[in-house]
Ligand binder design. Structure first.
Ligand code: B12
Length: 216
């Protein structure tokens, strides 16, 4: 697919036009485009533009919500394709992923979960607004060897550190690697709270998780 296609896809998010978004995505799927390209070069660029305009007061919450709905509809269709591409692979590791308590942003976290799953990891996505004790109990129950935490809001970022401390207190920290992500998360912040890595997008997440588990 060419740049014009990705620009049109981004524009459907900006316009809040879910019908056109679904039409374009289905068209792309038929033409065997790379589903991750459609998310990262198309839909994500659209939502970033709306996010920036929301930040500067050019657009308001209802438009942001509409744009997010369009993005979600598109990513759901693309997630199915990403999942199909990874069906036959053997699990490279067990991961639990969620968005921390106080934060309901789920698009980026879900994209990361789907792409990791498609790249051979067994991923348990426990959703949004996840409390410290729920991260810990799921890691224990599923015997995960990686935990991924997402946050897009600044205030709930501290929950990531609380989860890592709880892991230390319960003797889980040695055996479980921790990767964090989301737009306010920096390398410095990850170091400060004692995470093992930060992932800046879905491809970076795959690269880092593979490295953490010694696959590269
Ligand atoms: C869409 C959106 C929403 C949607 C969310 C819909 C949904 N179902 O998720 C809605 C409209 C609901 C929403 C609500 C709010 N939002 Co909002 N939202 C956004 C927006 C525009 C885009 C986020 C997004 O989906 N991006 C696309 C995905 C693909 O990218 P991503 O999330 O960054 O994820 C990628 C990477 O970060 C990374 N990654 C993410 N997580 C993880 C995890 C791991 C483990 C790894 C390895 C990698 C990784 O990989 C992902 C894939 O590439 C951002 C703007 C922005 N610049 O991010 C604002 C933004 C995050 N929102 C913001 C705000 C303020 C809010 C509200 C408080 C607004 C309000 N007044 O009510 C509420 C929050 C309520 C709450 N308690 O959470 C602010 C945050 C400011 C701050 N620093 O705290 C932003 C930055 C907008 C702005 N410029 O002001 N929002």
């Amino acid at each position: 697919m060419d740049q014009e296609y990705f620009d049109k896809l981004a524009q459907t998010v900006i316009d809040g036009d879910s019908e056109e978004c679904v039409r374009l995505v289905k068209d792309g799927i038929q033409q065997r485009m790379n589903p991750l390209d459609a998310i990262e070069k198309g839909l994500a660029r659209g939502i970033m533009k709306v996010g920036d305009d929301f930040g500067t007061g050019v657009v308001f919450l209802p438009e942001l919500i509409m744009a997010a709905d369009v993005m979600k509809k598109g990513t759901e269709l693309l997630d199915e394709q990403i999942a199909l591409s990874g069906l036959k692979r053997q699990a490279l590791g067990k991961m639990v992923i969620g968005t921390v308590k106080g934060d309901i942003h789920d698009i980026g976290k879900s994209v990361v979960a789907s792409v990791l799953q498609a790249n051979g990891f067994d991923v348990n996505d426990i959703g949004i607004d996840v409390a410290v004790e729920d991260f810990i109990s799921t890691v224990k129950e599923t015997k995960a060897n990686v935990l991924g935490m997402s946050a897009l809001l600044t205030l709930p970022l501290q929950v990531m550190g609380e989860v890592i401390n709880a892991m230390k207190n319960q003797g889980l920290r040695e055996e479980v690697k921790v990767i964090v992500g989301g737009c306010p998360v920096t390398e410095e912040f990850a170091d400060e709270i004692g995470a093992d890595a930060v992932g800046f997008d879905a491809s970076d997440a795959v690269k880092k998780v593979r490295r953490l588990l010694g696959h590269d």
